[in-house]
Design a protein around this ligand. Structure first.
Ligand code: NAD
Length: 358
């Protein structure tokens, strides 16, 4: 079977790491027809936008995309391409596994957890009112009257919407993911004791979803406690499901537990399309130098293979990558004990392919 997948190389180190990922994925033998689509700062002159419509159309048609990082242009009026893609395709799940691979420099060894972050609501919804604007003054007046609390007149305001429907679908995803991937516990992480009508609603909704999955353990954790627990005993956690903002922060914490950005993969998943990409950005200082670590993009490609149902290919690629990391010879500089030396991005891909073809 041939899969058609949209490939967005991105900019900065994006082309280097996506080329490496494409080569190792092709070497698994899975037949992929890659449709390359350009997006990012490098194409702004050509198309007048960092996100041409054809990119979104291609993902809508193919339903699966692998993407390199894209620089967010500063001072041009364009919002982040990444945020725009997630919104346009309603990619409501941000899936971020944090798994330790022997050979990676890390303070922890026994970590294998998955963060399921809601991707569309919460303080990230982008509903903001600037300090000093007439609308903001009007809103403050309304809120003062309705809530018998006083908001200082020199305040800016961000709105935090969390819905039952938005929560249901993300928590359902977390339980389904746990079932499909032989995981045993889902922890819902909120600040429900303080924000009763938003985080409280998230937690109550999560409880109702959990009742439908009695075979998976369900746990409720407050986000502040969660941060401490993760630093003290990360091995006790399995699948975490969180509203958008906490998910953003806690998933970076989890990436830090297993060696940082170079090894942190991600997936943005919706009902009609899925986009796989590393968590890291475009690291402009290493652009075009064949120096960046391709691991996070390769791990994102492995998530993609699993999403396509190519479990065997995903396992073979993951084993080969793990072996190369463990041998610690043909790895990029950042995986070396003193962060010097190492091989180039494409040489690390060569080594992974050589292990698979052995
Ligand atoms: P960054 O992730 O690009 O870099 C942070 C640090 O990590 C830098 O020191 C960088 O050199 C290093 N690093 C990152 N990836 C690496 C890799 N694969 N191998 C080796 N070292 C690596 O974060 P930043 O500097 O905050 O952002 C740069 C640009 O990327 C910004 O424009 C930002 O908006 C964008 N960005 C894009 C995405 C995305 O496309 N999803 C995500 C994050 C940031």
């Amino acid at each position: 079977m041939t899969y058609t997948v949209t490939l967005i190389p991105g900019d900065g180190i994006g082309p280097d790491v996506t080329t490496a990922a494409r080569r190792v994925i092709d070497a698994t033998g899975v037949d992929i027809d890659w449709q390359v689509e350009e997006a990012g700062t490098d194409v702004m002159d050509k198309y007048g936008t960092p996100l041409p419509d054809r990119v979104i159309e291609s993902i809508r048609k193919n339903k699966v995309a692998l993407k390199g990082p894209i620089t967010t242009p500063i001072g041009t009026g364009f919002r982040s391409v990444n945020v725009a893609l997630r919104a346009a395709l309603d990619l409501y799940v941000n899936l971020r596994p944090a798994k330790y691979y022997p050979g990676v420099r890390s303070r922890y060894q026994d970590v294998n957890l998955v963060v399921v972050r809601e991707n569309t609501e919460d303080l990230y919804a982008g509903i903001e009112f600037e300090e000093g604007q007439p609308q903001t003054e009007e809103l403050i007046g309304i809120l003062d009257r309705m809530s018998n609390k006083t908001i200082r007149p020199d305040s800016g305001i961000s709105i935090k919407p969390i819905s039952i429907s938005g929560t249901k679908r993300i928590v359902e995803f977390a339980f389904d993911y746990a079932e499909r991937n032989d995981r045993h516990k889902v922890s819902a992480v909120t600040k429900a004791n303080i924000m009763k009508y938003t985080d409280g609603l998230f937690l109550h909704t999560a409880r109702t979803v959990a009742e439908r999955h009695p075979e998976i353990e369900f746990q409720e954790v407050l986000v502040d406690n969660m941060c401490m627990q993760l630093v003290q005993k990360p091995e006790e956690y399995d699948v975490l499901v969180l509203p958008n903002l906490y998910g953003d922060i806690v998933s970076d914490l989890c990436a830090g537990l297993v060696g940082g950005l170079g090894v942190a993969p991600g997936a943005n998943i919706g009902t009609n399309a899925s986009l796989f990409e590393p968590v890291h950005g475009s690291a402009p200082k290493y652009a075009g130098q064949n120096k960046a670590n391709p691991t996070a993009t390769i791990l994102s490609g492995i998530l993609m293979l699993r999403h396509l149902g190519e479990e065997d290919a995903a396992n073979r690629l993951e084993s080969a990558l793990a072996e190369v990391i463990k041998q610690n010879v043909n790895v990029t500089y950042d995986l070396k004990p003193d962060r010097t030396g190492g091989v180039g991005t494409s040489q690390m891909a060569d080594a992974i392919i050589a292990v698979m073809q052995r």
